[in-house]
Ligand binder design. Structure first.
Ligand code: SAH
Length: 258
């Protein structure tokens, strides 16, 4: 085995690999090795079932620098709060209203974002159950490795390897840099969440749902706004619109009915 112990290149890398609720510590080590072999190093763990554990180092096989930089986050929301885009990896077609991409198509979006130093997360689910609904709700798109229909689930670390490989191939200068189409920075996941909270609260304030369930419409609105990739300035305008709608709703409800 000839694993280099040289320090990770100092170049800032704006892609992170996030593993949610990992069951097997060996997979954490194998994922560290997988991303290290492709020149990446940012691994984030959310609520691993067993960590630290000797199997992590055993399976990392010398990718110690990745382990040294490993970050733990208390929730997926916090793990991706500063990200412009979050891609959820899933073996199954999920009944969610999100675009579903194959890895290569995803890279055509991701690489231009990385070239603009935008933070991007690739989010992987638990070995048995995959991504849960809360984890899916922070994603703007799903990525499915087009595996065999009747045996579609890869080992977690192998799914990480496929994505790291695709990212490496795509960054070896095959995808032209896209010109930036925003004059303000795209909103982060955290800013998007605060916008959704405001939007959904306003819909209640104006009695938009009229007793019907809000869930489906909220999912569709999330999809719409994620697709639009609003920047921070555009979100400020939308917050302003919502604040005015809330003010008018309050005025209307305060006005005595005749
Ligand atoms: N039964 C689970 C499989 C989990 S495998 C499910 O149906 O989702 C653990 C993780 O590896 C998944 O959550 C996903 O992030 C990744 N993964 C495995 N196979 C994949 C595939 N074909 N495409 C995309 N991601 C995959």
């Amino acid at each position: 085995m000839n694993q280099s112990t040289a320090a990770i290149p100092p170049a800032p890398q704006t892609v992170r690999f996030v593993l949610a609720r990992t069951s097997h510590p060996g997979n954490i080590g194998a994922a560290a090795r997988a991303i290290r072999t492709m020149g990446f190093w940012r691994l984030v763990l959310v609520s691993p079932q067993r960590y630290p554990d000797p199997q992590v180092e055993a399976m990392a096989a010398g990718a110690d620098d990745v382990l040294a930089h490993l970050v733990q986050a208390p929730s997926v929301t916090e793990a991706v709060a500063d990200c412009t885009r979050v891609y959820g990896l899933s073996a199954r077609r999920r009944g969610v209203n999100l675009p579903e991409l194959d890895p290569r198509t995803a890279m055509a979006e991701i690489v231009p974002l990385l070239r603009q130093d935008r933070e991007v997360a690739l989010l992987f689910g638990n070995e048995r159950s995959g991504l849960d609904n809360d984890e899916l709700s922070v994603c703007q798109a799903m990525v499915r490795i087009p595996s065999a229909e009747d045996f579609s689930s890869l080992n977690l670390a192998q799914a990480v390897q496929v994505m790291a490989w695709e990212l490496r191939m795509a960054t070896l200068d095959r995808i032209p840099a896209a010109p930036p189409d925003h004059d303000a920075p795209p909103a982060t996941a955290d800013q998007m969440e605060r916008f959704f909270e405001h939007l959904f609260a306003t819909l209640h304030a104006i009695d938009f749902h009229k007793g019907r369930s809000a869930e489906t419409i909220e999912l569709r609105l999330r999809r719409l706004f994620h697709r639009a990739l609003p920047d921070a300035r555009e979100l400020r305008i939308l917050h302003g619109v919502l604040a005015d709608a809330e003010r008018m709703a309050k005025l209307a409800s305060d006005t005595p009915k005749r």
